[in-house]
Design a protein around this ligand. Structure first.
Ligand SMILES: [Zn+2]
Length: 257
């Protein structure tokens, strides 16, 4: 009984300490473990807005081009294996009350593209939509409109990639289950894409790369054509919409012209 009492007493003490710690954090007390060394060096106001969990004021002050530059800089850190070390426990607590991400990224389902890592981003930084073949449909458009028009994101990036299996399946006209109607949404990149000289088959890597890129360009065009909300936000300079291409062999993201 004495041991049980002591354990209960210890638990109560620990609970009090925990409550005190949480209250202290709410009062703005800084703790040494809040930031890991790399983050601690990035706490100018501008850098904090670009790299920490954003406040609505910080998000509103960001320019679309600065967000794009920041993501591409993050990709350079990913390529050189220099990812920012983040205190995820702290960021979970910071982001709990609301989210004000700076960008929305549409990526393929491919498991070799860990989107947050690819751009060196953490909790609360970016919206990520994923579907095999990174095409745009009504649901993806609605998600992008939510991200930008409602939640304030400044950039839409569609990211295709080299050797995309979904694009190859569309070229091969694979037909099975629900994959059939899914691939039909990639096929316009084959039928409406820019002309290609040479064999049009999946054993021609140049053709596969061509269709992968055309698929991204078509997604960007579709966003502008089918979403008046996003089109008007872009023409008014409130957001940017860009297409990009991820190289599976290097991890590098390049913007498509
Ligand atoms: Zn893919």
């Amino acid at each position: 009984m004495i041991m049980l009492f002591n354990r209960q007493g210890l638990a109560s003490s620990l609970s009090l300490v925990l409550v005190w710690l949480m209250a202290a954090r709410g009062a703005g007390v800084c703790f040494a473990d809040d930031l890991l060394p790399k983050e601690a060096a990035l706490q100018t106001t501008e850098q904090a807005a670009l790299r920490g969990v954003l406040t609505p004021e910080q998000q509103a002050a960001l320019a679309p081009q600065a967000v794009l530059d920041d993501l591409l800089a993050g990709n350079r850190r990913f390529v050189t294996d220099d990812l920012t070390q983040r205190n995820h426990s702290r960021r979970i607590r910071e982001a709990y009350a609301g989210q004000f991400p700076k960008a929305v990224i549409l990526s393929c389902l491919d498991s070799r593209i860990p989107v947050e890592d690819v751009f060196d981003r953490g909790i609360g930084d970016i919206f990520v939509a994923r579907v095999a073949g990174n095409f745009v449909n009504e649901d993806i458009l609605g998600s992008m409109e939510f991200a930008c028009h409602v939640a304030g994101a400044k950039l839409i990036m569609v990211v295709g990639h080299t050797h995309c299996g979904a694009v190859k399946a569309a070229i091969d006209d694979v037909r099975v289950g629900n994959i059939t109607p899914m691939l039909a949404k990639i096929r316009p990149a084959i039928e409406k894409g820019r002309p290609f000289e040479g064999p049009k088959a999946t054993d021609n890597p140049a053709y596969v790369a061509h269709v992968c890129r055309e698929n991204v360009r078509l997604a960007v065009e579709t966003i502008r054509e089918r979403s008046s909300i996003l089109r008007n936000m872009e023409s008014g300079g409130r957001i940017k919409i860009v297409g990009a291409y991820y190289d599976l062999s290097s991890g590098e993201v390049s913007l498509l012209p």
